[in-house]
Design a protein around this ligand. Sequence first.
Ligand code: GTP
Ligand code: MN
Ligand code: MN
Ligand code: MN
Ligand code: MN
Ligand code: MN
Length: 201
Amino acid sequence: MASGQMSRDEALECTRCRHACHVLLYSETASQLFGRIPIRYIVLMQMRFDGLLGFPGGFVNPLEETLEEGLTRELLEELGVAVPVSKEDHVESCFSPPRSGTYSSSSRLILHFYVKKMEEEQIQEIEKAAASTAADHGLEVLGMVRVPLYTTKSGGGLSCFLSHSFIGVARFQLMNSLLRLHLVSPGDLQEALRSSQRTHA
Ligand code: GTP
Ligand code: MN
Ligand code: MN
Ligand code: MN
Ligand code: MN
Ligand code: MN
């Protein structure tokens, strides 16, 4: 386990910590951009109220709900669909990198990250609900976005996406997940990062 990380159970032992759960929802797809570039997977993120990209989810109170129940409650608020999430979908838990002066050490924030694979039709239903019936639409959540996993000849796609600003460790959670789930090859991710620095540094 990488430094700073802990198991789900270890994390819950910290009763003075605050907890937040977020999830990467994804599916396979056969659709092609411009009818010729296979997009291969749909990976969902969101544009947050603060202009940063992040994953759907939010604060959970372990005294009132399990982590997964709390995450499902947040998904209902933010996506308009109570997507069920289970312990088996948990990937990692870690302390949030401290933001200077924001929190005292007694109320440290632990971030729990989940990944759930769905059917393409379910992802499409979520996108529809998120833009219409979700309580937080247009307020805390400005919109759901799909992550482009390809890199175009002109260097657009994943490289440009990664050059945006992300909340917390969401950018690392995204890159780690793309590698772990084999959605992008290590070589393609490296190339996207190189071209992202070249184009946008
Ligand atoms: P409120 O309903 O306004 O309380 O927001 P929320 O419950 O939806 O909480 P939010 O999604 O903003 O997440 C809570 C905290 O977790 C944020 O303040 C960030 O510090 C952190 N956070 C938010 N999104 C992500 C994410 O995608 N990844 C990680 N690692 N942290 C995140
Ligand atoms: Mn067009
Ligand atoms: Mn929320
Ligand atoms: Mn949220
Ligand atoms: Mn909340
Ligand atoms: Mn809220």
